[in-house]
Design a protein around this ligand. Structure first.
Ligand code: SAM
Length: 218
């Protein structure tokens, strides 16, 4: 990625990467992805000066770009391979979609709010990323046409694990999803094993709700 706008905020970006390391992120590929992707292009201009704070920021329509540490944690947990096929639910700003292109082979992303999907597409284009396959729709149904996936990342809170997402996991595939109430959730990791699906409870999280057929009501 080149160009003067893309290269702005280099010092702030490096400080964010140091902060992520201090907070326990050690996967070099993940940290390199944060160095590659200009987060300031994925936030509204009014909060651009705050783009490299380790904080969620408003992106309009009552939604947020997630905290960088949360994105980093998801990516570190998944330990993606360059051949992996990944499905992201909740494109939002498109920032995590961009990070995913640095770590995985194919990236599919679903967003329910058309304006956000359009803006994410524009931001990805502004940093020269044209490989994310995007769709507007209800991500709780997954995207069966391109299944199975080596990893599915849900960037919004669900009352339970949507079964279509579990069904669309490849052998050995992993699903990361925050499950709980609208206010607080626990991050769950589900992994398809030869004998079934293994479920692990991870960190406490706070996400905006996943709205859809297998999520919360609007
Ligand atoms: N990783 C994104 C980012 O940092 O920009 C996360 C954005 S936000 C925390 C979660 C997104 O999930 C919102 O944009 C919201 O509109 C979207 N969302 C909620 N329910 C959805 C659903 N059923 N299908 C697809 N997207 C959904």
């Amino acid at each position: 990625m080149a160009g003067p706008v893309v290269r702005q905020f280099g010092g702030a970006r490096r400080r964010l990467i140091e902060e992520l390391q201090q907070k326990g992120i050690s996967d070099i590929a993940v940290l390199k992805a944060f160095d590659d992707v200009p987060r300031h292009l994925f936030v509204p201009t009014g909060v651009r000066h705050r783009a490299y704070e380790d904080a969620p920021l408003p992106i309009g329509h009552g939604q947020t770009i997630s905290q960088p540490w949360v994105h980093a944690k998801y990516l570190e947990l998944l330990a993606l391979k360059p051949t992996d096929r990944v499905l992201e639910i909740g494109t939002g700003s498109g920032f995590q979609s961009a990070l995913l292109t640095r770590l995985a082979g194919q990236v599919f992303s679903i967003e329910r709010i058309p304006d956000l999907a359009r803006e994410a597409h524009a931001a990805l284009g502004a940093c020269g990323i044209t490989t994310v396959v995007q769709r507007v729709g209800d991500g709780t149904l997954g995207w069966p046409e391109f299944a199975p996936y080596d990893a599915i990342l849900v960037g919004a809170a669900s009352p339970d694990v949507p079964q279509p997402l579990v069904d669309q996991l490849a052998p050995g595939g992993q699903l990361l999803i925050p499950v709980g109430g609208r206010e607080e959730q626990v991050l769950l990791r589900l992994r398809r094993t030869p004998t079934g699906v293994e479920r692990t409870r991870l960190d406490a999280m706070r996400f905006v709700p996943l709205i859809g057929q297998h999520g919360f009501e609007a």
